[in-house]
Design a protein around this ligand. Structure first.
Ligand SMILES: Cc1cc2nc3c(=O)[nH]c(=O)nc-3n(C[C@H](O)[C@H](O)[C@H](O)COP(=O)(O)O)c2cc1C
Length: 173
């Protein structure tokens, strides 16, 4: 039997959408049936075997479109394996303060992770621009967050391979 996977995402500026698309394509290449959809399209998680949820982090939290999708579909999400990913600055932080913060999961993100009982949460480095605000630029400089596209496509491919292995192992032939 071919397993069905839903990749549902929120994205403000497109970089998370591209990671969701790439994850879905890698999963398809391993033989899974995959639907990739914005959370605002209300894709139906009850018709799939596994769900991957993704969102950028804004001000320490996942986007409200993603959390609204989680709230609206919680019963279905709790009945199937769910993986959660985010895009943000965390993984690229450097220096003494950055090192303290880079692996921290904020309470709002941990809340969603734990609410859906995620098999795994993966924080990917995202894409971010130079802030027009001097104060934000100063904080980012202090944390070593260099503006740019920090997405690591090999890491995305590896995560998709890991998920596919688990999903296929759970699906009877
Ligand atoms: C308004 C705003 C707030 C952000 N806040 C955070 C944050 O609190 N923590 C973080 O790690 N990244 C933060 N970022 C970085 C983004 O999450 C990152 O650039 C991501 O790749 C954007 O995804 P998108 O292109 O799908 O919208 C913020 C970006 C913006 C524009």
């Amino acid at each position: 039997m071919t397993a069905n996977v839903l990749v549902a995402y929120a994205s403000a500026d497109g970089s998370t959408a591209e990671v969701a698309q790439r994850l879905g394509e890698h999963l398809r290449a391993t033989g899974l049936q995959v639907r990739i959809a914005p959370a605002t399209d209300s894709p139906d998680p009850t018709v799939v075997d596994a769900v991957i949820l993704g969102s950028p982090i804004h001000d320490g939290a996942l986007l409200p479109e993603l959390t609204a999708f989680v709230d609206a579909n919680l019963a279905a999400l709790l009945q199937r394996p769910v993986w959660l990913f985010s895009l943000g600055m965390g993984p690229v932080l450097r220096g003494p303060i950055g090192a303290l913060l880079r692996t921290k999961v904020t309470p709002p993100v941990a809340g969603v992770r734990d609410t859906v009982n995620a098999v795994e949460y993966h924080a990917f480095a995202g894409r971010f621009a130079r802030s027009p605000q001097l104060r934000i630029r100063a904080v980012m400089g202090l944390l070593g967050a260099v503006p740019g596209d920090h997405r690591n496509w090999d890491e995305v491919a590896q995560w998709a391979a890991d998920i596919s292995r688990v999903v296929r192992a759970r699906t009877p032939d």
